[in-house]
Write a new protein. Structure first.
Length: 249
């Protein structure tokens, strides 16, 4: 039985004051939740998360990481630095990183490796654009993105990682993949991993992301291969995020 994970991706939102208020509400809502809960914040707020969440069940992480260990990479943040701020998770390959910041499959794979090397749990984001879906290329795109990581890191590396399927056309648009659409891709991801290592695939958590709201979360999370969610906009509203966590159990 895979324990569900609901992770908030705050993207480039927040302030010290707003974060403190949001985290207070989250902490108060934690008792009774069965699922694991995490928040992924902008880098400058990781110290605040460490201070406010260290003695709670809420885990935290970053939204990206350098593929390099250290050196002359102005503006970058290494995986070891994220560890110093108590991060458990780091998003790699979010579609906004891929499309707006030019991260290729190879760069995403290198970031995945860098995260794992220091014990961070990468949340590997995969997903097709609307044009790719309409061209019938969803399975091919998601497989290509996944294979880039498996080829570089080896399938065994997925044992200490999480996958998130986030169709680009559903991110921030209010258009969610239907539970059946999401389930179909999640099952295909699990099958691809199972072809290499069935036991590992069985334990792999695959999150769905893209316009998850309190109204649609339960139906999505009820699908066999959906093991929680990666939440954008709704993660900034305490009541909504907690309602989504409750839908996960
Ligand atoms: P929304 O929930 O705002 O659609 O964002 C999803 C996302 O990109 C999470 O990483």
């Amino acid at each position: 039985m895979r324990k569900k994970l609901v992770a908030g991706n705050w993207k480039m939102h927040g302030s010290l004051q707003a974060n403190a208020a949001l985290l207070e509400r989250l902490k108060a809502g934690m008792p009774g939740l069965q699922c694991e809960v995490a928040v992924c914040a902008p880098f400058p707020y990781l110290a605040q998360l460490q201070a406010l969440l260290a003695s709670t069940q809420v885990r935290w992480g970053a939204q990206s990481v350098s593929e390099h260990v250290s050196g002359a990479y102005t503006g970058e943040v290494s995986a070891a630095m994220l560890c110093e701020f108590g991060c458990r998770y780091v998003l790699v390959g979010h579609s906004e990183r891929r499309s707006l910041f030019g991260e290729s499959d190879a760069v995403v794979a290198a970031k995945f490796v860098a995260a794992r090397e220091v014990g961070l749990v990468p949340i590997l984001c995969l997903g097709e654009t609307l044009a790719e879906r309409e061209a019938g290329a969803t399975a091919a795109v998601v497989s290509r993105q996944l294979d880039a990581v498996i080829d570089r890191a080896g399938v065994a590396a997925l044992a200490s990682a999480v996958v998130a399927y986030e169709p680009v056309w559903a991110i921030g648009t209010g258009v969610t993949a239907s539970p059946a659409q999401a389930q179909e891709v999640h099952a295909a991801i699990r099958k691809r991993v199972a072809d290499l290592d069935a036991g590992l695939a069985e334990g792999l958590r695959i999150l769905y992301g893209g316009s998850v709201k309190p109204q649609n979360a339960a139906e999505l999370f009820a699908q066999d291969d959906i093991d929680g969610g990666l939440i954008g906009g709704a993660a900034l509203v305490a009541d909504d995020f907690l309602a989504i966590c409750q839908a996960a159990g």
